[in-house]
Design a protein around this ligand. Structure first.
Ligand SMILES: [Zn+2]
Length: 86
């Protein structure tokens, strides 16, 4: 059994201004549930993109969000190709 991932640890970025979006504790879990996303399918390779944030769209209270799964880090690929070939 792997440890359940805490969705509160997900990084949230605004798609409009590119700034990290800071939600209150509990907001991520609530927003995922509201969006019908099963938090148990997420892990640390996922991030949330918000279509706007209070910083660039003041006055707007809700923003549509989507979960993006990051690709494997390029560092890992580079390390593999740099390994000596026997
Ligand atoms: Zn923004």
């Amino acid at each position: 059994m792997r440890t359940p991932f805490d969705p509160e640890l997900l990084y949230v970025e605004c798609a409009k201004c590119g700034q990290p979006v800071l939600w209150s504790p509990g907001d991520t879990t609530r927003i995922l549930a509201w969006a019908g996303i099963d938090a148990s399918t997420l892990d640390e390779k996922c991030m949330i993109v918000s279509e706007g944030c209070p910083a660039c769209q003041p006055g707007q209270k809700s923003f549509s969000t989507q979960v993006v799964r990051l690709r494997k880090s390029p560092e890992q690929k580079a390390a593999k190709s740099a390994a000596p070939a026997n």
